[in-house]
Design a protein around this ligand. Structure first.
Ligand code: NAP
Length: 340
């Protein structure tokens, strides 16, 4: 274990989510923010002044390549718009950078395969930024499942939604193929969380329905993933709904609910569980910052040459389920999920 090393990070893009990730990199014990780039002159400086005001030494670049060409930068965080993720992840890998790419890592399975191959060839680590997964409440959920308390997991229901504000309408201004719409924005979380309790099972088929708007973007969707042997995950997500981010797990002997999957630093995480023998419990967990935990986990993996908890295989499976869901919506059929 190397306990003193700090991984040197660069950020590609002056995105809104930097509001969370910049402080996370600055505050992480094993990370250091070196530079941020944006193609809009001034936007990177503005972002830094806003979200990491005490970090005046951080270099500002108007050319993203200059971060990739800087040999002192070891890892990059990519919070660009979804349709740019795969191409910039590939470019960063080719420059020998480790990459934490925001979700969704890519819009096609072929792009994830290309990223996997490139990462292997250049000996770098790449992870999709499903930050929620690093909140300790999900490890606690796994502990409860592994203890056998609720029996065999049979049904999962995951729901992710919020009413989209007019200021964010640019995110639904294009087609799904261009990376717009609810699936790439929040549906990928709903599907990821729905898969979480079935960690020993492969998704086999999916069936879904969705509502689209005139731009071609989807704004809501409901679907069911079949994991075989009577195990199903239902998911729903949308931009026309009240705010929700939760999942419920029904097992053969009981159930549990994670009430706030996106629990922010100041929001108390709560898990409730019950059994058919009459046990009931509401657990309140310690506050945690999943963004900082994500950065610390990824940095630690690079420093100690370990594989991150979120693998490229996981990114690929999520993309396979998403692509099959979109196909099901289009055709009205159950769609087999490619597994390899
Ligand atoms: N993990 C999470 O909690 C979370 C939350 C929200 C979003 N996300 C993900 O993070 C990614 C970024 O989302 P976001 O909402 O933070 O992105 P955003 O603010 O829409 O910015 C994304 C990129 O678009 C470009 N851009 C932004 N504003 C622009 C403008 N006014 N004119 C021209 N270009 C502009 C920027 O590239 P340049 O800087 O190069 O110009 C920027 O990096 C998405 O993939 C999203 O799915 C993750």
């Amino acid at each position: 274990m190397n306990n003193n090393k700090k991984l040197r990070w660069g950020i590609l893009g002056a995105a809104r989510i930097n509001q969370q990730l910049m402080p996370a990199i600055v505050e992480a014990e094993n990370a250091e923010l070196v530079a941020i780039a944006s193609r809009r002159p001034g936007a990177a400086a503005e972002t830094l002044a806003k979200y990491a005001p005490d970090e005046a030494h951080v270099r500002i670049e108007s050319n993203m390549e200059s971060i990739l060409e800087d040999d002192t930068i070891e890892a990059v965080y990519i919070p660009l718009a979804s349709h740019e993720h795969a191409q910039w992840t590939l470019r960063a890998i080719e420059h020998g950078k480790h990459v934490l790419c925001e979700k969704p890592m890519a819009l096609t399975v072929a792009d994830i395969d290309a990223i996997k191959d490139a990462a292997q060839q250049h000996h770098v680590t790449v992870m999709e930024g499903f930050m929620y997964r690093f909140h300790p409440q999900h490890s606690r959920v796994k502990e409860i499942i592994d203890s056998g308390l609720i029996g065999v997991v049979r049904t999962v229901r995951s729901s992710f939604a919020y009413p989209m504000q007019p200021a964010r309408h640019y995110r639904i201004a294009g087609t799904i193929e261009q990376g717009s719409g609810a699936m790439w924005d929040i549906g990928c979380y709903a599907i990821h969380a729905a898969r979480l309790p079935f960690y020993n099972d492969k998704p086999l088929t999916v069936s879904a329905m969705a509502k689209h708007i005139e731009t071609g973007a989807d704004i809501s969707c409901n679907g069911i993933i079949d994991f075989g042997d009577g195990k199903y995950a239902q998911f729903d997500f949308g931009f026309e709904h009240a705010r929700r981010a939760e999942y419920e797990i029904i097992g053969s002997k009981g159930g549990l609910k994670c009430h706030n999957v996106w629990a922010k630093q100041a929001e108390t995480p709560v898990i409730s569980w019950w059994t058919d023998t009459g046990q009931q419990c509401q657990e309140t967990l310690a506050l945690a910052n999943h963004f900082r935990l994500e950065i610390e986990h990824f940095s630690q993996c690079i420093i100690n040459n370990k594989q991150p908890d979120l693998s490229l295989e996981d990114a690929k499976t999520n993309c396979q389920v998403i692509v099959a869901t979109l196909e099901s919506v289009k055709t009205g059929h159950h769609i087999p999920i490619q597994n390899d």
